[in-house]
Ligand binder design. Structure first.
Ligand SMILES: [Zn+2]
Length: 310
């Protein structure tokens, strides 16, 4: 399912919840009205209410008292039949939006959370086991200025997500410098906040891309949509995959380009230097990956981290 389908399906679920709460309340009202005493008391109350609104406030006081007495009587009859007045008002799951999905002219938190959780489920990453920020050892960070700066950047990135000035990060450098560690920390922190994160090795990504290229594959869109739709795509170890010139490079370009156009974030970690990326993937993909407008390149050279402002 793609993002739009998921959103629609969650909207629909909420609508069903709302309707069923309303129908349940209406059904109880119907049952109660079958009791003649209840029905006639309710009719009397309606009449009273009409009289009350027609009168000026100071003249309506006696009627108001009578109205409350009827209300009490009605609750009493309902109680004898095993119901409370609350049973007659729809019991909405969300008290903020009454299951309409809209609160304060904005999409309600309940709907937003449901959509995010569902997207997360679809990504199959709900039990992602990677590292967390809490796992990092302060003494290790203190020994390694490079890692410390990158760590702080990653923390702020998560804090500002999804409104980061620079949407994308490229972590580059040798094996064991902490690139994967930080990518995993970011993934975990954002999954915890119910963002739709897809964490994938470059090798796995390449396999999906190859599968999706099969013109007979009827699940082509299904294969690619998590990569295109997720809030954050993390591609680990770019350069480790076998490259079938043109086809896989073109597809990788399409994914990264489309994500940038849609304002979705992508994090890439790689052992390759920028020059090697240019040589291996060509100028077009290189300029997308290192797009200065929206990408923060963080290079780990073992000791020194050349981290730009921002
Ligand atoms: Zn709500």
């Amino acid at each position: 399912m793609n993002r739009t389908e998921i959103i629609n399906s969650e909207k629909n679920k909420l609508k069903q919840k709302r309707l069923s709460a309303e129908i349940k309340a209406q059904n109880i009202a119907q049952v109660l009205r079958q009791n003649k005493n209840y029905a006639s008391t309710e009719t009397l109350m309606r009449k009273k209410m009409l009289e009350i609104v027609a009168l000026p406030e100071e003249k309506a006081q006696t009627l108001r008292k009578e109205y409350y007495a009827l209300q009490k009587k009605l609750a009493e009859i309902a109680k004898n039949m095993g119901y409370t007045p609350q049973d007659l008002t729809p019991n909405y799951a969300c008290k903020k939006c009454n299951d309409t999905g809209v609160y304060n002219h904005k999409i309600c938190e309940c709907l937003n959370n449901a959509i995010r959780q569902r997207l997360q489920q679809e990504s199959g990453l709900t039990d992602f086991k990677g590292h967390k920020f809490e796992d990092s050892k302060q003494n290790l960070l203190d020994q390694n200025e490079t890692l410390k700066k990158a760590y702080t950047y990653a923390l702020n990135y998560v804090k500002n997500f999804p409104n980061n000035k620079l949407k994308n990060i490229v972590f580059s450098g040798n094996v064991g410098t902490g690139k994967t560690f930080l990518s995993e920390c970011i993934a975990n922190a954002l999954i915890k906040r119910d963002y739709y994160v897809v964490y994938i090795t470059s090798f796995e990504l390449n396999n999906i891309v190859i599968k999706s290229m099969d013109i007979f594959a009827d699940n082509r869109q299904e294969l690619l949509s998590p990569l295109l739709d997720c809030d954050l795509l993390i591609i680990d170890d770019l350069g480790s995959e076998p490259i079938f010139k043109n086809a896989s490079v073109n597809n990788l370009y399409t994914i990264i380009n489309q994500r940038q156009l849609n304002n979705f974030s992508t994090i890439i970690s790689t052992n390759l230097t920028p020059q090697m990326i240019r040589d291996q993937y060509g100028d077009r993909l290189f300029s997308r990956i290192f797009n200065k407008q929206n990408t923060m390149p963080i290079h780990f050279d073992g000791k020194d981290l050349r981290i730009n402002k921002n």
